[in-house]
Design a protein around this ligand. Sequence first.
Ligand code: PEP
Ligand code: MG
Length: 367
Amino acid sequence: DPELTGYFATFMQWADEIRRLKVRANADTPRDAAQARKFGAEGIGLCRTEHMFFEEDRIPAMREMIVARTEEQRRKALNKLLPMQRSDFEALFREMKGYPVTIRLLDPPLHEFLPKEDDAIRELAKEMGITFEELKSIVQSLHELNPMLGHRGCRLAVTYPEIAEMQTRAIIEAAINVKNEGIDVVPEIMVPLVGELKELKYIKDIIVKTAEKVMEEKGVKIEYKVGTMIEVPRAALTADEIAKEAEFFSFGTNDLTQMTYGFSRDDIGKFLDDYFEKKIFETDPFARLDEKGVGKLIKMAAELGRSTRPDIKLGICGEHGGDPSSIEFCHNVGLDYVSCSPFRVPIARLAAAQAQVKSKMKAFIDK
Ligand code: PEP
Ligand code: MG
């Protein structure tokens, strides 16, 4: 449980005085959030809500929600998940004490949540009041050939709007509850896997309607933001359109790399490692932003986004957000923040300061 203390802490403060880029952390639990704060994170840039449902006590309701074939069945499962989500978010908001928290709507590769063994199917079927055979055939029908390009992210919320509704309710109720404890949080609700303005608009309408309803029920108003991940190449190409409905963009460079290069993220650690060793590609694009690849898309999308909405907030939450050379690139493109895993926060703070020093020196020499 390391903390930054002594000379190291002083040195990091100097770095903070210099850097322009903010540094946030990717965190899904209060424990990660607390660690991120100790390392100097200035917010959560990505809370992957699907990770919250891997917990033992959540899996059954999550499975029930995924295999539900009627809205009624789905709402029944969602009602079980709502109080868990609300308390998850309250705990995160408390830990972050008013720093910004970006919560991403559910983005699960469905196969990770489907029951596999017959015993698990039998148990869930009993819970749902349907037969084993019925549930087995539902599970088979949900099997996807390419889950990472499948029914996930905003596609799930477009098909089943009640999921986005439940999560928005949980976020807004949690923000109101902590506001009553004296913590003012402005939650940033983030829509994943958007590739088209209409997808974002469709889900934003659900978010806004639900948020308004909750605030009316509670008689309390809070501020919140709605934005999107830019992680599908088409979203980068149409960022000027998408910015009409997005208050912020967060570059999801893991998926953006997969889809730009056509390399599967699931092959990292397999044939891809040997392949990148061959140096046919200048660098491993999953490890470092490439100015002619994903970096170029980021630069273009940032410019397009700003052309529509000059004050759009821009961040990055893919793995590249913790890589020093990619952080330098993000600084040069003018992003507002990088978000990385808690243990990379100190490195990111340092890399952000180095990027600033380097660009000031360059400006000085050029003059
Ligand atoms: C990404 O795609 O870069 C991202 C941050 O989302 P995830 O890794 O959860 O797909
Ligand atoms: Mg992604």
